[in-house]
Ligand binder design. Sequence first.
Ligand SMILES: O=C(O)CCC(=O)C(=O)O
Ligand SMILES: [Fe+2]
Length: 252
Amino acid sequence: MLTKAQKRHFVEEGYLKIPNVVPKLMIDNALRAVNHSIGFVGLGGEDMENNRSAFFCAELLTAPVILDLYHKTPAFELAEDILGVGNVLPLARAKPYPRFPDLLSGEDVVHRGHLDGIGSGTNGMPKGYYHRGFSLFAVVYLADLQDDNAGNFTLWPKSHHTIAEHFAQVGHEVLANGMPKLEYPEGPMMVKANAGDLILAHSMIFHTGGVNTSPNVRQAVIARFKHKDNDAIGKDGYTDLWREYPGVHDVL
Ligand SMILES: O=C(O)CCC(=O)C(=O)O
Ligand SMILES: [Fe+2]
């Protein structure tokens, strides 16, 4: 169970890290499957028609060894703590997302964030299209990640407030032109966590996959929990920041 202080952190900052949610044995099984896939299966999942390029671990998106990280650990109940008991749809997929080292030097590092579900024409979604298709990021690292610029899941704390307020003023329809450039209360934060920790984040948080100038592959799985009413609430969720999150209503 999340404490009130944890819920308050989620509301104010837009994310929450919960230590030791996934046992070591399950982490190791998932990492073994991921490394096996990189070594013996290779790139897949290419979708020429929708301009989506190939990626690693495509065949693991629905594998039990990956989905169990969320369904057979306290991760699911922690999501219910925020979205409400009985409101969280089982995951249809979760994405193992290895990020390989870039050969950049430190000063070249610039973080460019985004919201998910905004079409660019080259990301599998057409230009002008935008869709709010989930409620909660759930990131699990499969290897300890305690450095900066190591491919960290990277987010702009408190940006969910700024974004919702902006859409309330100008209308979410501006997203048809792409993500507007906004000033956020804080700069990007590269999330540091250990293997087995769970990072939950609001779907309206400005975020990116960080640059990796470390010697190591960033090993993470990224899932997106969806409230059962997400489709019905639809684009209202761009301005109604807490409708899908009854678990935190007592700390708003
Ligand atoms: O790889 C990451 O850490 C984040 C990638 C991302 O933006 C996403 O999965 O939505
Ligand atoms: Fe994203």
